[in-house]
Design a protein around this ligand. Structure first.
Ligand SMILES: [Zn+2]
Length: 73
């Protein structure tokens, strides 16, 4: 079954194409690493809310970053 094979990326369907699914896999992998908040310095409270937008659960500040990582480096 195709849905079995793609698993978590299956919701994007075939329309998204291979490229976006690869990016999504990359995003979910990199988001597992813990970021240090540049505002309060607290580690592990940064959540990616949208593409390029991250939020710190500790100080509630929004941080602009790269689309799939906090830093574009
Ligand atoms: Zn913070």
């Amino acid at each position: 079954m195709a849905t079995e094979k793609v698993k978590q990326t299956g919701k994007y369907g075939v329309r998204s194409g291979r490229g976006i699914r690869q990016k999504y896999i990359l995003a979910t992998k990199t988001n597992k690493s813990e970021y240090v908040c540049p505002n309060c310095g607290y580690k592990g409270k940064i959540k990616r809310t949208a593409s390029g937008i991250y939020k710190c659960d500790k100080c509630k500040s929004q941080i602009a970053g790269a689309a799939y990582r906090l830093s574009s480096k």
